[in-house]
Write a protein that binds this ligand. Structure first.
Ligand code: FES
Length: 161
């Protein structure tokens, strides 16, 4: 029940002002919520993840790898092999359980469970189920060698420099 002494009659200016204020406040609240929701969705457009090391990377000039070199780049998990003017990039990730294989006299040897590979990465012993991968190796316009670990190639395909 209305108290006639404290409220204005229906349609009075005070009642209209209160309706306008409430209408404006609820409209502003809805608009603000929509803007915040839109901004929150925009944040998800750009992924906020940290990727690992890039799979395509430069390793230096061909002169850095003298003929006969078998240089393992352990942080990159790849071994650069040079035979005369032919270069190759062979994976040093063991195909058994992923340990890093070491360069040995006969090719590669895994310290974890004893797998052995020949100079081309073919399995010669141990539990490894398949040969080491060969990665595409290219010569960039600036004269640097670039390994692309996303691009496995057929074993025995060397880059001629
Ligand atoms: S991880 Fe290399 S032999 Fe098991």
């Amino acid at each position: 029940m209305k108290n006639p002494a404290k409220s204005a009659p229906d349609g009075a200016p005070e009642d209209v002002n209160r309706r306008k204020l409430l209408s404006w406040l609820s409209g502003f609240g809805l608009f603000g919520s929509a803007v915040i929701a839109a901004l929150a969705n925009l944040i998800f457009i750009k992924p906020r993840v940290t990727y690992g090391a890039p799979n395509r990377f430069s390793i230096g000039k061909p002169e850095d790898f003298p003929p006969g070199a078998r240089i393992a780049l352990d942080t990159r998990r790849v071994c650069i092999v040079r035979d005369g003017d032919s270069l190759a990039a062979i994976s040093t990730t063991c195909t058994h359980l992923g340990c890093i294989v070491a360069v040995s006299e006969t090719g590669f040897a895994c310290p974890c469970h004893g797998s052995h590979y020949d100079q081309d990465g073919n399995v010669t012993g141990g539990p490894a189920p398949r040969a080491l991968s060969w990665y595409q190796l290219t010569l960039a316009p600036n004269g640097e060698l670039v390994v692309d670990k996303d691009n496995e190639i057929e074993a025995g395909k060397y880059l001629k420099v």
